[in-house]
Write a protein of this length. Structure first.
Ligand code: ZN
Length: 87
């Protein structure tokens, strides 16, 4: 089981995830693949068994689209939720 990525979670490149979904965990919007970003779009793969607003939910370790040099070219998401997990 993996933690879902939430609005405000930080990618390995230190950029912040942003989500506008209307599904909240701990009062923070849940991030989804492609539709949420940490500067670059969150590419996933996410958890294909869980959908939010008809998009695949993003989870810890998801890839972020390259959006710059060095660390911004290979970033992944670091989810911080410790109370909610998805398959
Ligand atoms: Zn970045």
């Amino acid at each position: 089981m993996r933690s879902p990525v939430l609005n405000g979670d930080i990618a390995t490149c230190t950029d912040t995830a942003t989500s506008t979904s209307n599904v909240l965990i701990n009062n923070r919007s849940v991030c989804t693949v492609i539709t949420s970003a940490a500067v670059g779009a969150i590419l996933g793969p996410g958890s294909p068994k869980v959908r939010v607003n008809n998009a695949v939910i993003s989870v810890n370790g998801d890839s972020v689209a390259p959006h710059g040099d060095t660390v911004h070219g290979t970033a992944t998401m670091v989810a911080t939720s410790v109370k909610v997990f998805v398959p």
